[in-house]
Design a protein around this ligand. Structure first.
Ligand SMILES: Nc1nc2c(ncn2[C@@H]2O[C@H](COP(=O)(O)OP(=O)(O)O)[C@@H](O)[C@H]2O)c(=O)[nH]1
Ligand SMILES: [Mg+2]
Length: 449
């Protein structure tokens, strides 16, 4: 995610951190680089200007210049300002006190509305809600069917009526939700290729009819400032309560994520990170800033793990990681669970310093074949060997290779990967659960880059 921007910012900050003393010239040079990196990432130019000015003002202040670790102080300031830029804290959905919560999802065609509606319903169901989705896009061929099929694929309930007009469909959907105790009810409205009056007046009419608690605009993050401009005009015309950015899994430059809040005043509430129905995450400005600045994202990782693995197991694993008692058996378990969490590369980017993890580990394939091999190799070890891999001299490695039907190279590779992973978890351990900032603030540990 935002790899180009992240790399440039991280390099600039790395240079700053390396300096024992800072003068204004150093700060100015760094600010120029940050400015360029942000502009290249298609961040709104006014936002860039204000952002850089705010950082500069704090960075040349007494507090930083006289500090013993001025470089780190600047990194901390960049992190704080970037978090503030994206809205400071997470903005969650507003739920109605009584009766179903009405959530309208609006946006241009192809931005990801229909997909997001089902993702959102599924996300909320996992949180204990009983949603209903309503198909109000009757214009785009196949749109109703698409919503029905996606809903069915994850066990969501979809209301549709291809004979009625969108306002009536929404009214009926809301009534159905009231009757059958669904909450929330999520409306998938029709988009257009461009912003036009027809679409806006239809959205306004639906809004009047269902009196929604949330009007969420879905925008494609790949479109950069166009997404931000769409948000501006939707907000002016129909009023929005939040934005959902989709396609953050692609090679998005970051412009939309970094400017939409500052330009429109609307908080980003969720982000779409893939085509699968699980690929929706609440948006946390602080975690996103840490991710962009290479400070990892332990919290998201833990949440992701908790969503896809057995909760007790996840807690047990976390304890082990923290106590650094991670064994080869755990490694095997973890690999099995990682397979259900997505690509290893993606997961590593959420870990502090994860960006520095060597290629061998990043590209470790998690396909059935290699997993079976891992299982066989670890299965051929004695209990003692699993507890203490340092026992594994060359004759033991040969024995294990024979026993598992693999080669000594396979065994070596696995042990090497395990070693790298252990190292990575040690880094992770030096981070506090709260995004890692606590210890950093106390100045006990350095930044992991
Ligand atoms: N990679 C990726 N694709 C997405 C995401 N959200 C939606 N899409 C894809 O974008 C396309 C358009 O989505 P759709 O929901 O039909 O958009 P709509 O016209 O606004 O309803 C589909 O191919 C979706 O699979 C996302 O977060 N990541
Ligand atoms: Mg659609």
């Amino acid at each position: 995610m935002f790899s180009n921007l992240a790399e440039k910012l991280q390099n600039t900050l790395k240079q700053l951190r390396g300096k024992g003393k800072l003068n204004e010239k150093d700060v100015d040079a760094a600010m120029r680089q940050i400015k360029l990196a942000l502009l290249e990432a298609d961040v709104n130019f006014k936002v860039v200007k204000e952002f850089v000015a705010a950082i500069r003002e704090r960075a040349v202040g007494q507090e930083v210049m006289s500090s013993l670790t001025p470089g780190q102080q600047v990194v901390k300031i960049v992190n704080e300002e970037m978090t503030r830029l994206m809205g400071e804290t997470q903005s969650s959905l507003t739920f109605s006190g009584k009766g179903p919560t009405a959530v309208m999802v609006v946006g241009l065609q192809g931005s990801g509305k229909t997909t997001t509606v089902v993702k959102l319903a599924s996300h909320l169901r996992r949180g204990g809600k009983n949603p209903l989705v309503v198909a109000a896009d009757i214009y785009r061929p196949g749109a109703v069917k698409q919503l029905q099929v996606l809903s069915e694929s994850v066990g969501e309930i979809c209301y549709s009526n291809e004979e009625a007009d969108p306002v009536d469909i929404c009214r009926e959907g809301l009534k159905l939700a009231e009757r059958e105790n669904h909450d929330p009810v999520i409306f998938d409205t029709a988009g257009r290729l461009h912003i036009d009056e027809d679409m806006m007046s239809e959205i306004a009419a639906i809004k009047k009819a269902v009196n929604p608690h949330e009007v969420l605009l879905v925008v494609d993050a790949m479109t950069g400032q166009d997404a931000v401009n769409a948000a501006l005009s939707f907000n002016e015309t129909v009023g929005l309560s939040g934005v959902i950015l989709t396609k953050l899994d692609g090679d998005t430059r970051g412009g939309a994520a970094l400017s939409v809040r500052a330009v429109t005043g609307c908080p980003v509430k969720f982000v779409g990170v893939g085509e699968k129905m699980e690929a929706l995450e609440p948006f946390y400005p602080d975690r996103m800033a840490s991710r962009i600045l290479g400070m990892g994202d332990v919290l998201s990782l833990i949440e992701k793990a908790e969503a896809s693995v057995d909760q007790n197991k996840a807690r047990e694993m976390e304890q082990k990681l923290r106590k650094q008692q991670f064994t080869l058996d755990d490694f095997k378990d973890q690999l099995g669970q990682l397979r259900s969490m997505g690509s290893l590369d993606e997961i590593l980017n959420m870990i502090p310093g994860g960006g520095n993890i060597p290629k061998e580990v990043r590209q470790m394939s998690l396909n059935e074949d290699s997993f079976t091999r891992v299982e066989a190799i670890i299965g051929s070890m004695t209990k003692q060997e699993k507890q203490d891999p340092s026992l594994l001299n060359s004759s033991r490695r040969r024995r294990i290779a024979m026993g598992s039907g693999t080669t000594v190279q396979d065994v070596n590779r696995l042990l090497n990967q395990f070693g790298q992973m252990q190292k990575m978890f040690k880094q992770m351990d030096s981070f506090d659960k709260k995004g890692g900032m606590k210890k950093l603030k106390k100045g006990k540990k350095g930044f992991p880059f």
